[in-house]
Design a protein around this ligand. Structure first.
Ligand code: CO
Length: 136
């Protein structure tokens, strides 16, 4: 069911430090920071030839990233994202297999303007999984 690997997201305590490290130490192409108020994050996209890395930093008072950073003050891998062809078919299949879809269970529009869902990390070996319908 899952298709291409879309991105890995890394929560960082200091976005400028993280951007400088990816740009200057690793020599990566980094985007300007982009605020996503609906998701409580500021995102920097790092474009690699075969995939993307997203640096996430808390935005606003009740950012889900802040709770993650409270537990992981130095930062850490926050989630991985896999592409699916049909987000509703993916959700129905996962729920029928007993996997927990976070939130209301309805897809939200993610950082790339595409519908996304998140799956409970306890059902996937301690890793928060995002599913994205990459092509409408
Ligand atoms: Co993501």
């Amino acid at each position: 069911m899952i298709g291409r690997f879309n991105h890995v997201a890394i929560a960082v305590p200091d976005l400028e430090v993280a951007v400088a490290k990816y740009r200057d130490v690793l020599g990566a192409k980094v985007s300007p920071p982009q605020d996503e108020p609906d998701h409580g994050v500021t995102v920097v996209f790092i474009e690699l030839p075969n995939t993307k890395v997203e640096l996430l930093h808390p935005l606003g008072e009740k950012s889900p990233i802040q709770a993650f950073l409270d537990k992981n003050p130095g930062g850490g891998i926050h989630h991985v994202c896999y592409e699916v062809d049909d987000i509703y078919a993916a959700r129905d299949r996962l729920q029928s297999q007993g996997a927990r879809v976070l939130g209301s269970g309805d897809p939200k529009i993610g950082a790339h303007g595409n519908p996304v869902l998140f799956l409970h990390p306890k059902d996937f070996f301690g890793t928060l999984v995002e599913l994205e319908q990459a092509h409408a």
